[in-house]
Design a protein around this ligand. Sequence first.
Ligand SMILES: Cc1ncc(COP(=O)(O)O)c(C=O)c1O
Length: 410
Amino acid sequence: MSDPYFQQLFADRIGGASYGKGTSLYKFEKIKRAKRKALADFPERKLLDFGIGENDSMAPENVRRVMAEEINKPENRGYADNGVLEFKQAAARFMQREFGVELDPATEINHAIGSKPAYALLPAVFINPGDITLMTVPGYPVIGTHTTYYGGIVHKLPLLAENDFLPDLDGISPDILEKAKLLVINFPNSPTGKTASPEFYEKVVKFAKENNIVVVQDAAHAMLSFDQPPSSFLATPGAKEVGVEVHSMSKGFDMIGWRMGWVCGHPLIVQAFADVKDNSDSGQFMATQKAAAAALDDPEIPKQIREKYRRRMEKLVAVLSRCGFDCKMPGGTYFLYTPAPKGLADGTTFENAEAASQYLIREQSICTVPWDDAGSFLRFSVTFVAEDEAAEDALMAETESRLKELGPVF
Ligand SMILES: Cc1ncc(COP(=O)(O)O)c(C=O)c1O
């Protein structure tokens, strides 16, 4: 079949005239295909799915009840634009209650339709062609993708085991710093599970001031903190002068599909974000915003979600450790990031984490996500579907038995 005339018209940022012709597969698509194949080839073998990056429960009943009420109110029918104030006020109460951070709901908080769209919009606020965004890798790539869409450049800061999974801010060369406008950090970190100490955040504030850089702290996993109480970058002295923190209702409130988040921090950056957003979308459904406000006012919700994932994580760490993996409880998130096996007892070898991950899904229906960006690691998520603790234990026992049969070598 010949190409349509517009094949030549695709923008360079998505591949230009070659768009759609590549054969290389996005990592997560590869995993999806391997999962489908494992299910088709071994229908009787249970899939042990540690690859999912989404909460396994639906939003709490009290939140769904508010949604059901709000959905019938005529005043919620229209464009929300950058409102509604009730949500901003609830977000301000949440920031104060959980982290001791004082924010003006009118000027220092703006909602987003989930945090992902906020990362797609923020580069429009700061990035001109040639400007640099400093980003930790491995990590959530969206702000980097949009940086390059605007003609900017991504400078990667690897999160290495030897640096305790923190970015080496002191090692960035002066010519990079000169052009850098954004520093994107993410704590608790996905996928490494590292949380930030107050000292590290102080260092980030100093670094930003010294180098005229704006900080964007991705707090998507903020409430899933195990080794310290949940914390906010904005609680650091001076943090509000250097940037914003982006929060999400997805992980900490079981509201993944509801699409709610917010950007908070310096009022001028929040205003600029709101201006760009106003030119991009018309705001989340007001009923959703009001249900999200109710969720933020219920401190039990994130507490219960955290304890559930902590319990599952403790079980997973114990099982993997008994199978030879070098792992300990992560600081936060529902991800366990652990060095990938180099091979198996039978002499099979893996050249990287991706090869190990593909083998595990193909041969034992154990699904993981490989990361080869800064060392070779596997990510196990504890968001698997298990209706009660007995089901969790059965899944863990099965995982242990299959892994021990393979005999991973490190
Ligand atoms: C580190 C991180 N940031 C941001 C997001 C986006 O979350 P949402 O758009 O659901 O708020 C995710 C979701 O996977 C994430 O893991």
